[in-house]
Design a protein around this ligand. Structure first.
Ligand code: AGP
Length: 611
Protein backbone atom coordinates (compact mmCIF):
# COMPACT_ATOMS: atom_id res chain seq x y z
CA UNK A 1 0.00 0.00 0.00
CA UNK A 2 1.32 3.50 -0.75
CA UNK A 3 0.44 7.04 0.21
CA UNK A 4 -0.66 9.66 -2.32
CA UNK A 5 -1.14 13.39 -1.81
CA UNK A 6 -1.84 16.17 -4.32
CA UNK A 7 -2.39 19.93 -4.07
CA UNK A 8 -3.45 22.69 -6.42
CA UNK A 9 -3.84 26.17 -5.00
CA UNK A 10 -2.13 29.49 -4.31
CA UNK A 11 0.50 28.31 -1.83
CA UNK A 12 3.83 26.67 -2.61
CA UNK A 13 2.86 23.03 -3.13
CA UNK A 14 5.97 21.11 -2.07
CA UNK A 15 5.90 21.87 1.68
CA UNK A 16 2.20 20.91 1.78
CA UNK A 17 2.94 17.69 -0.10
CA UNK A 18 5.77 16.73 2.25
CA UNK A 19 3.66 17.48 5.31
CA UNK A 20 0.87 15.32 3.91
CA UNK A 21 3.28 12.51 3.06
CA UNK A 22 4.62 12.56 6.62
CA UNK A 23 1.12 11.70 7.81
CA UNK A 24 0.82 8.95 5.23
CA UNK A 25 4.24 7.39 5.77
CA UNK A 26 2.70 4.56 7.77
CA UNK A 27 1.11 3.39 4.52
CA UNK A 28 4.51 2.62 3.06
CA UNK A 29 7.96 4.00 3.65
CA UNK A 30 10.64 2.48 1.47
CA UNK A 31 10.91 5.54 -0.80
CA UNK A 32 9.18 8.83 -1.54
CA UNK A 33 8.98 11.58 -4.14
CA UNK A 34 7.26 14.80 -5.18
CA UNK A 35 6.64 16.57 -8.48
CA UNK A 36 5.56 20.18 -8.95
CA UNK A 37 4.64 22.14 -12.06
CA UNK A 38 6.20 25.56 -12.54
CA UNK A 39 6.42 27.76 -15.64
CA UNK A 40 5.60 24.99 -18.06
CA UNK A 41 8.04 22.49 -16.54
CA UNK A 42 7.73 19.54 -14.15
CA UNK A 43 10.26 19.34 -11.31
CA UNK A 44 10.64 15.87 -9.79
CA UNK A 45 12.63 14.95 -6.68
CA UNK A 46 12.62 11.34 -5.43
CA UNK A 47 14.52 9.50 -2.74
CA UNK A 48 14.97 5.95 -1.56
CA UNK A 49 14.42 5.37 2.14
CA UNK A 50 12.45 7.42 4.57
CA UNK A 51 10.62 10.61 3.78
CA UNK A 52 13.20 12.52 5.83
CA UNK A 53 15.71 11.95 3.03
CA UNK A 54 13.37 13.74 0.62
CA UNK A 55 12.82 16.59 3.08
CA UNK A 56 16.57 17.04 3.39
CA UNK A 57 17.00 16.99 -0.39
CA UNK A 58 14.42 19.76 -0.84
CA UNK A 59 14.89 21.78 2.35
CA UNK A 60 11.42 20.64 3.39
CA UNK A 61 10.07 21.51 -0.03
CA UNK A 62 11.31 25.09 -0.03
CA UNK A 63 13.63 24.55 -3.00
CA UNK A 64 10.72 23.43 -5.19
CA UNK A 65 8.63 26.26 -6.68
CA UNK A 66 5.13 25.80 -8.06
CA UNK A 67 1.59 25.75 -6.66
CA UNK A 68 0.43 22.44 -8.06
CA UNK A 69 2.03 19.13 -7.28
CA UNK A 70 1.73 15.45 -6.38
CA UNK A 71 3.60 13.37 -3.82
CA UNK A 72 3.97 9.68 -3.01
CA UNK A 73 5.36 7.47 -0.27
CA UNK A 74 5.92 3.92 -1.43
CA UNK A 75 5.56 0.33 -0.28
CA UNK A 76 7.23 -1.48 -3.16
CA UNK A 77 5.35 -4.16 -5.07
CA UNK A 78 7.03 -4.10 -8.51
CA UNK A 79 10.63 -2.87 -8.67
CA UNK A 80 12.93 -2.68 -5.69
CA UNK A 81 12.94 0.43 -3.49
CA UNK A 82 15.34 2.90 -5.14
CA UNK A 83 15.30 6.43 -6.53
CA UNK A 84 14.32 5.37 -10.06
CA UNK A 85 11.42 3.16 -8.99
CA UNK A 86 10.10 5.78 -6.61
CA UNK A 87 7.09 7.81 -7.64
CA UNK A 88 6.19 10.22 -9.25
CA UNK A 89 6.84 8.69 -12.65
CA UNK A 90 7.30 10.89 -15.72
CA UNK A 91 6.15 10.08 -19.22
CA UNK A 92 8.90 9.85 -21.82
CA UNK A 93 8.58 13.47 -22.94
CA UNK A 94 8.64 14.66 -19.34
CA UNK A 95 5.32 16.50 -19.72
CA UNK A 96 3.18 14.19 -17.55
CA UNK A 97 3.82 13.13 -13.92
CA UNK A 98 1.90 10.43 -12.09
CA UNK A 99 1.67 8.76 -8.69
CA UNK A 100 -0.05 5.42 -8.22
CA UNK A 101 -1.26 3.22 -5.38
CA UNK A 102 -2.32 -0.30 -6.31
CA UNK A 103 -1.16 -2.84 -8.91
CA UNK A 104 -1.55 -2.71 -12.71
CA UNK A 105 -2.01 -6.40 -13.42
CA UNK A 106 -1.54 -6.20 -17.20
CA UNK A 107 1.46 -3.88 -17.02
CA UNK A 108 3.87 -6.26 -18.74
CA UNK A 109 1.82 -6.63 -21.92
CA UNK A 110 1.19 -2.88 -22.00
CA UNK A 111 4.88 -2.17 -21.48
CA UNK A 112 5.87 -4.52 -24.29
CA UNK A 113 3.35 -2.94 -26.64
CA UNK A 114 4.63 0.55 -25.82
CA UNK A 115 8.26 -0.47 -26.16
CA UNK A 116 7.46 -1.85 -29.59
CA UNK A 117 6.28 1.65 -30.45
CA UNK A 118 9.58 3.08 -29.30
CA UNK A 119 8.65 4.19 -25.83
CA UNK A 120 11.67 3.95 -23.52
CA UNK A 121 10.99 3.02 -19.89
CA UNK A 122 13.27 4.05 -17.02
CA UNK A 123 11.91 2.07 -14.07
CA UNK A 124 10.94 -1.54 -13.26
CA UNK A 125 7.55 -0.54 -11.93
CA UNK A 126 4.03 -1.30 -13.10
CA UNK A 127 3.06 2.31 -12.34
CA UNK A 128 5.31 3.86 -15.00
CA UNK A 129 3.26 2.08 -17.65
CA UNK A 130 0.31 4.34 -16.82
CA UNK A 131 2.38 7.50 -17.29
CA UNK A 132 3.82 6.29 -20.61
CA UNK A 133 0.45 5.04 -21.83
CA UNK A 134 -1.13 8.39 -20.95
CA UNK A 135 1.40 10.26 -23.06
CA UNK A 136 0.91 7.78 -25.88
CA UNK A 137 -2.89 8.11 -25.78
CA UNK A 138 -2.59 11.88 -25.64
CA UNK A 139 -1.12 11.79 -29.15
CA UNK A 140 -4.51 10.55 -30.42
CA UNK A 141 -6.87 12.07 -27.87
CA UNK A 142 -8.02 15.65 -28.00
CA UNK A 143 -7.35 16.30 -24.32
CA UNK A 144 -5.68 14.92 -21.21
CA UNK A 145 -9.10 13.89 -19.91
CA UNK A 146 -9.92 11.92 -23.06
CA UNK A 147 -6.48 10.33 -22.96
CA UNK A 148 -6.98 9.41 -19.32
CA UNK A 149 -10.24 7.62 -20.07
CA UNK A 150 -8.49 5.74 -22.89
CA UNK A 151 -5.86 4.64 -20.40
CA UNK A 152 -8.40 3.59 -17.78
CA UNK A 153 -10.17 1.42 -20.34
CA UNK A 154 -6.90 -0.39 -21.07
CA UNK A 155 -5.32 -0.95 -17.68
CA UNK A 156 -6.45 -3.79 -15.40
CA UNK A 157 -5.97 -3.99 -11.66
CA UNK A 158 -6.22 -1.62 -8.72
CA UNK A 159 -5.29 2.03 -8.93
CA UNK A 160 -5.50 5.34 -7.17
CA UNK A 161 -3.88 7.87 -9.50
CA UNK A 162 -2.73 11.48 -9.10
CA UNK A 163 -1.66 13.21 -12.32
CA UNK A 164 -0.30 16.63 -13.28
CA UNK A 165 0.71 17.87 -16.74
CA UNK A 166 3.22 20.57 -17.64
CA UNK A 167 0.86 21.76 -20.37
CA UNK A 168 -2.11 22.08 -17.98
CA UNK A 169 -0.62 23.74 -14.86
CA UNK A 170 -4.07 24.82 -13.66
CA UNK A 171 -5.43 21.29 -13.38
CA UNK A 172 -4.76 18.08 -11.49
CA UNK A 173 -6.38 14.75 -12.33
CA UNK A 174 -7.30 11.81 -10.15
CA UNK A 175 -8.81 8.40 -10.76
CA UNK A 176 -9.55 5.39 -8.56
CA UNK A 177 -10.43 1.73 -8.72
CA UNK A 178 -10.00 -0.66 -5.77
CA UNK A 179 -7.60 1.66 -3.97
CA UNK A 180 -8.69 4.54 -1.73
CA UNK A 181 -8.52 8.14 -2.87
CA UNK A 182 -10.32 11.09 -1.42
CA UNK A 183 -10.85 14.68 -2.49
CA UNK A 184 -10.29 17.69 -0.23
CA UNK A 185 -12.10 21.01 -0.68
CA UNK A 186 -10.17 24.13 0.39
CA UNK A 187 -10.51 27.89 0.01
CA UNK A 188 -8.96 28.56 -3.38
CA UNK A 189 -7.32 25.15 -3.38
CA UNK A 190 -8.10 21.46 -3.84
CA UNK A 191 -6.47 18.27 -2.61
CA UNK A 192 -6.24 14.53 -3.21
CA UNK A 193 -5.02 12.05 -0.61
CA UNK A 194 -5.02 8.36 0.19
CA UNK A 195 -6.61 9.02 3.53
CA UNK A 196 -7.86 11.88 5.55
CA UNK A 197 -4.91 12.09 7.95
CA UNK A 198 -2.93 13.88 5.21
CA UNK A 199 -5.54 16.60 4.78
CA UNK A 200 -7.17 17.27 8.13
CA UNK A 201 -4.62 20.00 8.90
CA UNK A 202 -5.70 21.86 5.73
CA UNK A 203 -9.36 21.02 5.23
CA UNK A 204 -12.07 19.11 7.04
CA UNK A 205 -14.34 18.89 3.99
CA UNK A 206 -13.73 15.77 1.95
CA UNK A 207 -15.47 13.35 -0.37
CA UNK A 208 -14.58 9.75 -1.18
CA UNK A 209 -13.97 8.73 -4.79
CA UNK A 210 -15.81 5.63 -5.97
CA UNK A 211 -14.46 2.98 -8.33
CA UNK A 212 -14.38 4.17 -11.95
CA UNK A 213 -14.57 7.85 -11.09
CA UNK A 214 -12.27 10.51 -12.51
CA UNK A 215 -11.74 13.88 -10.83
CA UNK A 216 -10.54 17.12 -12.42
CA UNK A 217 -9.27 19.48 -9.73
CA UNK A 218 -8.68 23.20 -10.10
CA UNK A 219 -8.05 25.90 -7.49
CA UNK A 220 -11.72 26.78 -7.46
CA UNK A 221 -13.54 23.50 -7.78
CA UNK A 222 -13.49 19.76 -8.29
CA UNK A 223 -15.42 18.06 -11.07
CA UNK A 224 -16.07 14.34 -10.74
CA UNK A 225 -17.09 12.14 -13.65
CA UNK A 226 -18.12 8.49 -13.61
CA UNK A 227 -16.91 5.71 -15.91
CA UNK A 228 -19.33 6.95 -18.59
CA UNK A 229 -17.76 10.40 -18.34
CA UNK A 230 -21.00 11.76 -16.82
CA UNK A 231 -20.81 14.28 -13.98
CA UNK A 232 -21.32 12.95 -10.46
CA UNK A 233 -22.53 14.96 -7.48
CA UNK A 234 -20.28 13.96 -4.57
CA UNK A 235 -21.48 13.90 -0.99
CA UNK A 236 -19.21 16.03 1.22
CA UNK A 237 -18.17 14.72 4.64
CA UNK A 238 -16.95 16.82 7.55
CA UNK A 239 -13.98 15.39 9.46
CA UNK A 240 -14.55 16.05 13.13
CA UNK A 241 -11.48 14.60 14.82
CA UNK A 242 -8.52 16.73 15.81
CA UNK A 243 -5.21 16.92 13.96
CA UNK A 244 -3.55 15.89 17.23
CA UNK A 245 -5.33 12.54 16.95
CA UNK A 246 -3.02 11.77 14.06
CA UNK A 247 0.10 13.06 15.83
CA UNK A 248 2.29 11.49 18.52
CA UNK A 249 1.35 14.08 21.14
CA UNK A 250 4.52 13.67 23.15
CA UNK A 251 4.51 9.86 23.17
CA UNK A 252 7.71 8.15 21.98
CA UNK A 253 5.81 6.07 19.42
CA UNK A 254 2.37 5.99 17.85
CA UNK A 255 2.03 2.38 19.00
CA UNK A 256 2.52 3.32 22.65
CA UNK A 257 0.16 6.28 22.29
CA UNK A 258 -2.49 4.06 20.73
CA UNK A 259 -2.13 1.45 23.50
CA UNK A 260 -2.55 4.16 26.10
CA UNK A 261 -5.62 5.41 24.21
CA UNK A 262 -7.35 2.04 24.40
CA UNK A 263 -9.58 2.73 27.43
CA UNK A 264 -10.85 5.92 25.79
CA UNK A 265 -11.20 4.22 22.42
CA UNK A 266 -13.27 1.47 24.04
CA UNK A 267 -15.51 4.06 25.67
CA UNK A 268 -16.11 5.57 22.22
CA UNK A 269 -16.89 2.16 20.75
CA UNK A 270 -19.16 0.98 23.59
CA UNK A 271 -21.00 3.80 25.26
CA UNK A 272 -22.87 5.27 22.24
CA UNK A 273 -24.30 1.77 21.71
CA UNK A 274 -25.73 1.34 25.21
CA UNK A 275 -28.96 3.08 26.16
CA UNK A 276 -30.39 2.54 29.68
CA UNK A 277 -28.33 -0.61 30.16
CA UNK A 278 -29.42 -2.15 26.87
CA UNK A 279 -27.68 -2.44 23.52
CA UNK A 280 -28.83 -0.12 20.79
CA UNK A 281 -27.26 -0.86 17.40
CA UNK A 282 -29.27 1.81 15.64
CA UNK A 283 -30.52 0.87 12.20
CA UNK A 284 -28.66 -2.43 12.05
CA UNK A 285 -31.27 -4.56 10.35
CA UNK A 286 -30.78 -7.93 12.07
CA UNK A 287 -34.00 -9.60 13.15
CA UNK A 288 -34.69 -12.81 15.06
CA UNK A 289 -36.33 -14.28 11.96
CA UNK A 290 -33.36 -13.39 9.80
CA UNK A 291 -30.93 -14.88 12.33
CA UNK A 292 -33.01 -18.02 12.75
CA UNK A 293 -33.08 -18.36 8.98
CA UNK A 294 -29.29 -18.29 8.71
CA UNK A 295 -27.61 -21.41 7.41
CA UNK A 296 -24.03 -20.21 8.05
CA UNK A 297 -22.20 -17.43 9.78
CA UNK A 298 -18.72 -16.59 8.52
CA UNK A 299 -16.19 -14.20 9.96
CA UNK A 300 -13.68 -13.19 7.28
CA UNK A 301 -10.59 -11.00 7.79
CA UNK A 302 -6.79 -10.81 7.70
CA UNK A 303 -4.06 -10.52 10.32
CA UNK A 304 -5.10 -9.13 13.65
CA UNK A 305 -8.64 -8.62 12.42
CA UNK A 306 -8.75 -12.35 11.78
CA UNK A 307 -7.58 -12.92 15.34
CA UNK A 308 -10.53 -10.85 16.55
CA UNK A 309 -12.71 -13.26 14.59
CA UNK A 310 -11.06 -16.23 16.27
CA UNK A 311 -12.02 -14.84 19.68
CA UNK A 312 -15.47 -14.05 18.30
CA UNK A 313 -16.03 -17.65 17.25
CA UNK A 314 -15.67 -18.93 20.80
CA UNK A 315 -17.88 -16.19 22.20
CA UNK A 316 -20.64 -16.30 19.56
CA UNK A 317 -20.91 -20.08 19.60
CA UNK A 318 -20.95 -20.16 23.39
CA UNK A 319 -23.60 -17.47 23.77
CA UNK A 320 -25.84 -18.06 20.76
CA UNK A 321 -25.14 -21.74 19.91
CA UNK A 322 -24.81 -20.62 16.26
CA UNK A 323 -21.94 -22.35 14.43
CA UNK A 324 -19.33 -19.83 13.26
CA UNK A 325 -16.68 -20.34 10.61
CA UNK A 326 -13.68 -17.99 10.80
CA UNK A 327 -11.69 -17.83 7.58
CA UNK A 328 -8.69 -15.89 6.35
CA UNK A 329 -9.86 -13.59 3.59
CA UNK A 330 -7.01 -14.68 1.31
CA UNK A 331 -8.25 -18.29 1.66
CA UNK A 332 -11.97 -17.55 1.57
CA UNK A 333 -11.85 -15.86 -1.80
CA UNK A 334 -10.31 -18.90 -3.52
CA UNK A 335 -11.93 -21.83 -1.70
CA UNK A 336 -15.26 -21.77 -3.55
CA UNK A 337 -16.98 -20.93 -0.25
CA UNK A 338 -20.35 -22.41 0.62
CA UNK A 339 -22.28 -19.16 0.68
CA UNK A 340 -25.85 -18.32 -0.30
CA UNK A 341 -28.59 -15.88 0.63
CA UNK A 342 -28.92 -17.54 4.03
CA UNK A 343 -25.33 -16.71 4.96
CA UNK A 344 -24.21 -13.82 7.13
CA UNK A 345 -20.59 -12.78 6.56
CA UNK A 346 -19.01 -10.57 9.18
CA UNK A 347 -16.10 -8.71 7.64
CA UNK A 348 -13.55 -7.19 10.04
CA UNK A 349 -11.03 -4.60 8.91
CA UNK A 350 -9.36 -1.60 10.54
CA UNK A 351 -8.51 0.17 7.29
CA UNK A 352 -11.50 -0.99 5.31
CA UNK A 353 -9.15 -1.22 2.32
CA UNK A 354 -7.35 -4.57 2.71
CA UNK A 355 -7.53 -6.00 -0.77
CA UNK A 356 -7.92 -9.66 0.24
CA UNK A 357 -10.73 -8.74 2.60
CA UNK A 358 -12.36 -6.50 -0.01
CA UNK A 359 -12.20 -9.30 -2.55
CA UNK A 360 -13.67 -11.77 -0.06
CA UNK A 361 -16.52 -9.36 0.61
CA UNK A 362 -17.30 -9.13 -3.09
CA UNK A 363 -17.07 -12.91 -3.50
CA UNK A 364 -19.53 -13.44 -0.65
CA UNK A 365 -21.86 -10.73 -1.91
CA UNK A 366 -21.84 -12.18 -5.42
CA UNK A 367 -23.02 -15.46 -3.88
CA UNK A 368 -25.92 -13.78 -2.12
CA UNK A 369 -24.56 -13.36 1.40
CA UNK A 370 -25.51 -10.51 3.69
CA UNK A 371 -22.44 -8.48 4.63
CA UNK A 372 -21.98 -6.90 8.05
CA UNK A 373 -18.63 -5.19 8.46
CA UNK A 374 -16.77 -3.95 11.53
CA UNK A 375 -14.49 -1.18 10.29
CA UNK A 376 -12.50 1.72 11.72
CA UNK A 377 -11.96 4.04 8.75
CA UNK A 378 -15.21 5.84 8.00
CA UNK A 379 -16.18 5.84 4.34
CA UNK A 380 -13.63 3.18 3.45
CA UNK A 381 -14.27 0.83 0.54
CA UNK A 382 -15.32 -2.13 2.69
CA UNK A 383 -17.65 0.05 4.74
CA UNK A 384 -19.30 1.39 1.60
CA UNK A 385 -19.83 -2.01 0.02
CA UNK A 386 -21.35 -3.65 3.10
CA UNK A 387 -25.07 -4.06 3.83
CA UNK A 388 -24.45 -3.00 7.43
CA UNK A 389 -21.45 -1.33 9.05
CA UNK A 390 -20.52 -1.10 12.71
CA UNK A 391 -17.75 1.48 13.00
CA UNK A 392 -15.23 1.00 15.81
CA UNK A 393 -14.66 4.78 16.21
CA UNK A 394 -11.09 4.14 17.42
CA UNK A 395 -9.85 7.25 15.66
CA UNK A 396 -6.88 7.19 13.28
CA UNK A 397 -4.51 4.33 14.00
CA UNK A 398 -1.07 5.25 12.66
CA UNK A 399 1.22 2.53 13.99
CA UNK A 400 1.46 -0.37 11.56
CA UNK A 401 0.97 -2.83 14.43
CA UNK A 402 -2.66 -2.53 15.38
CA UNK A 403 -3.63 -2.15 19.04
CA UNK A 404 -6.64 0.07 19.75
CA UNK A 405 -8.31 -1.03 16.51
CA UNK A 406 -8.01 -4.69 17.58
CA UNK A 407 -9.48 -3.84 20.99
CA UNK A 408 -12.36 -1.80 19.63
CA UNK A 409 -13.11 -4.43 16.97
CA UNK A 410 -13.33 -6.97 19.78
CA UNK A 411 -15.59 -4.69 21.79
CA UNK A 412 -17.94 -4.16 18.86
CA UNK A 413 -17.99 -7.88 18.09
CA UNK A 414 -18.80 -8.58 21.75
CA UNK A 415 -21.66 -6.09 21.61
CA UNK A 416 -22.95 -7.81 18.49
CA UNK A 417 -22.56 -11.22 20.15
CA UNK A 418 -24.60 -10.21 23.16
CA UNK A 419 -27.24 -8.67 20.89
CA UNK A 420 -27.44 -11.81 18.75
CA UNK A 421 -27.90 -13.92 21.90
CA UNK A 422 -30.57 -11.54 23.10
CA UNK A 423 -32.41 -11.62 19.75
CA UNK A 424 -32.23 -15.42 19.65
CA UNK A 425 -33.25 -15.74 23.29
CA UNK A 426 -30.23 -17.87 24.16
CA UNK A 427 -29.51 -15.69 27.21
CA UNK A 428 -32.00 -14.66 29.86
CA UNK A 429 -32.77 -10.98 30.18
CA UNK A 430 -31.02 -10.97 33.53
CA UNK A 431 -27.86 -12.48 31.99
CA UNK A 432 -28.11 -10.02 29.12
CA UNK A 433 -28.19 -7.05 31.48
CA UNK A 434 -25.31 -8.57 33.48
CA UNK A 435 -23.12 -8.85 30.39
CA UNK A 436 -23.94 -5.34 29.21
CA UNK A 437 -23.13 -3.93 32.64
CA UNK A 438 -19.75 -5.70 32.75
CA UNK A 439 -18.99 -4.61 29.20
CA UNK A 440 -19.30 -1.02 30.34
CA UNK A 441 -16.75 -1.64 33.09
CA UNK A 442 -14.07 -2.93 30.71
CA UNK A 443 -12.53 0.50 29.90
CA UNK A 444 -11.91 1.25 33.56
CA UNK A 445 -10.49 -2.27 34.07
CA UNK A 446 -8.20 -1.53 31.17
CA UNK A 447 -6.93 1.53 33.03
CA UNK A 448 -5.86 -0.87 35.78
CA UNK A 449 -4.01 -3.05 33.30
CA UNK A 450 -2.14 -0.04 31.93
CA UNK A 451 -1.06 0.90 35.43
CA UNK A 452 0.95 -2.36 35.56
CA UNK A 453 2.99 -1.53 32.47
CA UNK A 454 6.25 -1.17 34.41
CA UNK A 455 5.98 -4.83 35.42
CA UNK A 456 5.49 -5.72 31.78
CA UNK A 457 8.49 -3.61 30.82
CA UNK A 458 10.54 -5.49 33.43
CA UNK A 459 9.69 -8.85 31.87
CA UNK A 460 10.49 -7.46 28.43
CA UNK A 461 13.93 -6.51 29.73
CA UNK A 462 14.37 -10.11 30.89
CA UNK A 463 13.22 -11.79 27.70
CA UNK A 464 14.06 -9.46 24.77
CA UNK A 465 17.03 -11.53 23.68
CA UNK A 466 15.09 -14.69 22.95
CA UNK A 467 14.90 -15.76 19.33
CA UNK A 468 11.96 -18.14 19.61
CA UNK A 469 8.85 -17.74 21.72
CA UNK A 470 5.71 -19.84 22.18
CA UNK A 471 2.30 -18.48 23.09
CA UNK A 472 0.10 -21.28 24.43
CA UNK A 473 -3.50 -21.25 25.56
CA UNK A 474 -6.87 -22.95 25.29
CA UNK A 475 -10.21 -21.65 24.00
CA UNK A 476 -10.22 -17.82 24.01
CA UNK A 477 -6.68 -17.91 25.44
CA UNK A 478 -5.52 -19.71 22.31
CA UNK A 479 -7.25 -17.13 20.11
CA UNK A 480 -5.67 -14.37 22.18
CA UNK A 481 -2.26 -16.03 21.87
CA UNK A 482 -2.48 -15.69 18.10
CA UNK A 483 -2.58 -11.92 18.48
CA UNK A 484 0.14 -11.84 21.15
CA UNK A 485 2.40 -13.83 18.88
CA UNK A 486 1.76 -11.64 15.85
CA UNK A 487 2.43 -8.45 17.81
CA UNK A 488 5.79 -9.80 18.98
CA UNK A 489 6.77 -11.02 15.51
CA UNK A 490 5.83 -7.96 13.55
CA UNK A 491 7.59 -5.34 15.64
CA UNK A 492 10.48 -7.16 17.36
CA UNK A 493 11.25 -9.59 14.50
CA UNK A 494 11.44 -12.46 17.03
CA UNK A 495 9.98 -15.66 15.62
CA UNK A 496 7.08 -16.91 17.73
CA UNK A 497 4.20 -19.34 17.44
CA UNK A 498 0.78 -19.44 19.03
CA UNK A 499 -0.29 -22.96 19.92
CA UNK A 500 -3.34 -24.58 21.42
CA UNK A 501 -1.84 -25.86 24.69
CA UNK A 502 -3.44 -29.26 24.30
CA UNK A 503 -1.76 -29.66 20.93
CA UNK A 504 1.83 -29.16 22.14
CA UNK A 505 2.31 -32.81 23.06
CA UNK A 506 1.47 -33.80 19.48
CA UNK A 507 4.84 -32.64 18.19
CA UNK A 508 5.84 -29.12 18.93
CA UNK A 509 6.84 -29.82 22.52
CA UNK A 510 9.98 -31.31 21.04
CA UNK A 511 11.11 -27.72 20.47
CA UNK A 512 10.91 -26.84 24.15
CA UNK A 513 14.35 -26.87 25.71
CA UNK A 514 16.24 -25.18 28.53
CA UNK A 515 15.37 -21.50 28.58
CA UNK A 516 12.72 -21.54 25.82
CA UNK A 517 10.33 -18.69 26.53
CA UNK A 518 6.71 -19.80 26.75
CA UNK A 519 4.00 -17.21 27.28
CA UNK A 520 1.26 -19.28 28.89
CA UNK A 521 -2.20 -17.74 28.71
CA UNK A 522 -4.41 -18.94 31.54
CA UNK A 523 -7.21 -16.43 31.91
CA UNK A 524 -10.12 -18.69 30.89
CA UNK A 525 -11.35 -20.06 34.21
CA UNK A 526 -13.09 -23.18 32.97
CA UNK A 527 -9.79 -24.56 31.64
CA UNK A 528 -7.44 -23.03 34.18
CA UNK A 529 -6.39 -26.39 35.63
CA UNK A 530 -5.51 -27.57 32.13
CA UNK A 531 -3.52 -24.39 31.59
CA UNK A 532 -1.65 -25.05 34.81
CA UNK A 533 -0.80 -28.59 33.77
CA UNK A 534 0.52 -27.30 30.46
CA UNK A 535 2.74 -24.88 32.37
CA UNK A 536 4.11 -27.78 34.42
CA UNK A 537 4.57 -29.77 31.19
CA UNK A 538 6.79 -27.16 29.55
CA UNK A 539 8.57 -26.26 32.77
CA UNK A 540 9.58 -29.91 33.08
CA UNK A 541 11.39 -29.50 29.78
CA UNK A 542 13.26 -26.38 30.84
CA UNK A 543 10.95 -23.66 29.61
CA UNK A 544 10.87 -20.19 31.04
CA UNK A 545 7.17 -19.44 31.60
CA UNK A 546 5.66 -15.97 31.52
CA UNK A 547 2.02 -16.53 32.51
CA UNK A 548 -0.98 -14.33 31.80
CA UNK A 549 -3.86 -14.86 34.21
CA UNK A 550 -6.51 -13.13 36.28
CA UNK A 551 -6.22 -11.71 39.78
CA UNK A 552 -8.22 -14.58 41.26
CA UNK A 553 -5.94 -17.22 39.67
CA UNK A 554 -2.62 -15.42 40.18
CA UNK A 555 -1.63 -17.05 43.47
CA UNK A 556 -2.12 -20.53 42.00
CA UNK A 557 -0.32 -19.73 38.74
CA UNK A 558 2.55 -18.15 40.66
CA UNK A 559 3.50 -21.56 42.05
CA UNK A 560 4.65 -22.68 38.63
CA UNK A 561 5.31 -19.64 36.46
CA UNK A 562 8.54 -17.63 36.32
CA UNK A 563 6.77 -14.39 35.49
CA UNK A 564 3.22 -13.10 35.84
CA UNK A 565 1.07 -10.78 33.76
CA UNK A 566 -2.15 -10.19 35.70
CA UNK A 567 -5.48 -8.77 34.56
CA UNK A 568 -8.63 -8.02 36.56
CA UNK A 569 -11.30 -10.71 36.66
CA UNK A 570 -14.18 -10.29 34.24
CA UNK A 571 -16.76 -12.28 32.26
CA UNK A 572 -15.19 -14.93 30.00
CA UNK A 573 -16.48 -12.96 27.01
CA UNK A 574 -14.27 -10.00 27.88
CA UNK A 575 -11.08 -11.76 29.01
CA UNK A 576 -9.29 -11.17 25.67
CA UNK A 577 -10.24 -7.48 25.77
CA UNK A 578 -8.19 -7.17 28.95
CA UNK A 579 -5.60 -9.85 28.18
CA UNK A 580 -4.50 -8.41 24.84
CA UNK A 581 -3.08 -5.22 26.36
CA UNK A 582 -0.28 -6.84 28.41
CA UNK A 583 0.67 -8.77 25.27
CA UNK A 584 0.70 -5.60 23.19
CA UNK A 585 2.84 -3.86 25.81
CA UNK A 586 5.17 -6.87 26.10
CA UNK A 587 5.77 -6.80 22.34
CA UNK A 588 6.24 -3.03 22.44
CA UNK A 589 8.82 -3.10 25.24
CA UNK A 590 10.70 -6.05 23.73
CA UNK A 591 10.93 -4.22 20.40
CA UNK A 592 12.05 -1.09 22.24
CA UNK A 593 14.82 -3.05 23.94
CA UNK A 594 15.87 -4.46 20.59
CA UNK A 595 16.02 -1.02 18.99
CA UNK A 596 13.45 -1.92 16.34
CA UNK A 597 11.50 0.64 14.32
CA UNK A 598 8.30 0.19 16.24
CA UNK A 599 5.84 2.30 14.25
CA UNK A 600 7.19 1.29 10.84
CA UNK A 601 8.42 -2.31 11.04
CA UNK A 602 10.46 -3.54 8.08
CA UNK A 603 8.58 -4.98 5.07
CA UNK A 604 5.16 -4.02 6.47
CA UNK A 605 2.51 -1.43 5.67
CA UNK A 606 -0.55 -0.32 7.57
CA UNK A 607 -3.07 -1.63 5.11
CA UNK A 608 -2.23 -4.22 2.49
CA UNK A 609 -4.02 -3.16 -0.66
CA UNK A 610 -2.22 -5.68 -2.85
CA UNK A 611 -2.53 -9.47 -3.18
C1 AGP B 1 -1.80 -5.97 12.55
O1 AGP B 1 -0.87 -5.58 13.57
C2 AGP B 1 -1.17 -6.02 11.22
N1 AGP B 1 -0.64 -4.73 10.90
C3 AGP B 1 -2.01 -6.66 10.14
O2 AGP B 1 -2.10 -8.03 10.45
C4 AGP B 1 -3.45 -6.15 9.95
O3 AGP B 1 -4.25 -6.54 11.05
C5 AGP B 1 -4.02 -6.82 8.68
O4 AGP B 1 -3.24 -6.40 7.58
C6 AGP B 1 -5.49 -6.49 8.43
O5 AGP B 1 -5.62 -5.10 8.23
P1 AGP B 1 -7.11 -4.47 8.28
O6 AGP B 1 -7.64 -4.72 9.65
O7 AGP B 1 -6.91 -3.02 7.98
O8 AGP B 1 -7.92 -5.17 7.23
Amino acid sequence: MCGIVGYIGKEQAAPILLDGLARLEYRGYDSAGVCVAEQGLLHVVKSKGRLQNLCEKTDNGRTLPGCVGIGHTRWATHGEPNDINSHPHLSQNGRIALVHNGIIENYLELREALEEKGIVFTSDTDSEVVAQLLEYCLREAGSVLDALYMVLHRIEGAYALGIICADEPDKMYAARKDAPLLLGYGDGCSYIASDVTALVKYTREVSYMEDGEVAILTRDNITVLNAMELPVQKEHHHIDWEVSAAEKGGYPHFMFKEIMEEPEALRRAIHPRIKDGRIDLGNLNLTKEMLQGLRRLYIVACGSSYHVGMVGKYNIEKLTRMPVEVTLASEFRYCDPIVDDRTLVIIISQSGETLDTMAALREAKARGARILSIVNVVGSSIARESDDVLYTWAGPEIAVATTKAYSTQLAVLNILTIELAHLLGTVTDERYLQLVAELQRIPEKLDTVLESRETIQYYASQYFNHNSVFFIGRNVDFALGLEGSLKLKEISYIHSEAYASGELKHGTISLIEDGTLVVALGTYGALFDKAMSNVVEVKARGANVLALTTESKASQMKKNADGMLIIPDTEDLFLPSLGVVPLQLFAYYVALQRGCDIDKPRNLAKSVTVE
